[in-house]
Design a protein around this ligand. Structure first.
Ligand code: NAD
Ligand code: MG
Length: 300
């Protein structure tokens, strides 16, 4: 195993990353990558850019940590400027990603704000445009996942908050972004394998992810004639702080992701190439697709 191997170097996917056995741990939502054990690989030393997003301008939600952070780093290495949204409590994580983007000579705009707040969601694209001078990539990636083992214990408030952040904010942000997006722009939504293979303890979360797939495919048809492509990425188990902020039952953490065909959880950096592909012009005929990046789990 070599953690320094970049994504373009020939490697064995079974051993490229360790089959981790995370210790049982807990963080208050939304948690920090800074304190996650083991530390996730967001591509800091393992993502190599090839200029595929030169001059592009991206807004990414949930960009401070995990998959969103890996996407932000990759986009910057591919030549894009990036606006990052996250919760104010995640400032420390966001600063790390900002520094990495600026090291590439790209612009990073920090836009903290709670997406459950309708005004925050609606005003986010305007703020991104203000900071970046335009917008041609929108990555709706923020997500909330709280495990509850029985429906009787799943309260309305949690269900509503999960829908607000995961899917309703997506409607609001995307609607507000449209007036800024020129032909050639791309929208990428983070869905999940949970959309088709819901875990019994993630009823609300899985329902939002199925909704995201439907939103993505319907919107793709609506916007394609305008030259805007909409697609989704559906990760399988990826080692992120989402899992230790009650995203999984604690006792399941040491075995997290071991049931994939590769026998290990994914690292956030392994998701980045899918987002880069869908954002870049090379995916020009890919519309309304859900790209599954899940270590091998059958999907429809
Ligand atoms: P993560 O915790 O690193 O990222 C989620 C981000 O969502 C947080 O950093 C936070 O900034 C943002 N967020 C949550 N609530 C918010 C709110 N109210 N307002 C603004 N931002 C808010 O975890 P991740 O695993 O990288 O998650 C990224 C996306 O990937 C999510 O949509 C998640 O559902 C999806 N996903 C993750 C996995 C996995 O195994 N990690 C699997 C499938 C799908
Ligand atoms: Mg975070």
């Amino acid at each position: 195993m070599s953690e320094k191997l970049d994504q373009l170097t020939f490697h064995d996917p079974v051993t490229r990353f360790e089959s981790i056995e995370p210790p049982i741990q807990h963080q208050e939502e939304p948690g920090l990558d800074r304190d996650l054990k083991p530390h996730p690989d967001r591509g800091e030393e393992s993502y190599r850019g090839t200029g595929r997003l030169q001059g592009r301008r991206a807004l990414i939600t949930g960009a401070d940590s995990g998959i969103g952070a890996a996407v932000a780093i990759a986009f910057a290495r591919e030549g894009a400027d990036v606006a990052l949204n996250y919760l104010p409590q995640e400032q420390a994580d966001a600063e790390v990603i900002k520094d990495l983007i600026e090291k590439e000579g790209r612009t990073a705009v920090l836009l903290p704000g709670d997406l459950a707040d309708h005004d925050v969601s609606r005003s986010l694209p305007d703020k991104a445009v203000e900071g970046l001078g335009g917008l041609d990539i929108l990555v709706n990636n923020a997500g909330k996942q709280i495990s509850v083992d029985e429906l009787e214990k799943l309260e309305d408030q949690q269900v509503e908050e999960t829908f607000d952040v995961n899917i309703l904010a997506m409607f609001r942000i995307t609607r507000a972004a449209l007036k800024h997006l020129p032909a050639g722009s791309t929208i990428i939504n983070s869905t999940s394998v949970q959309a088709y293979k819901p875990s019994a303890h993630l009823l609300d979360y899985a329902s939002t992810k199925a909704a995201i797939n439907a939103f993505t495919k319907g919107l793709a048809e609506q916007l394609a004639p305008k030259g805007i492509r909409v697609n989704a990425v559906a990760p399988g188990p990826v080692w992120t702080v989402l899992q230790v902020t009650d995203g999984q039952p604690k006792e399941k953490l040491p075995k997290f992701g071991k049931d994939t065909h590769l026998g290990r959880a994914g690292q956030p950096v392994e998701l980045a190439p899918a987002y880069v592909f869908l954002a870049s012009a090379e995916s020009s005929f890919v519309v309304g697709e859900t790209l599954n990046v899940n270590g091998g789990q059958p999907t429809p």
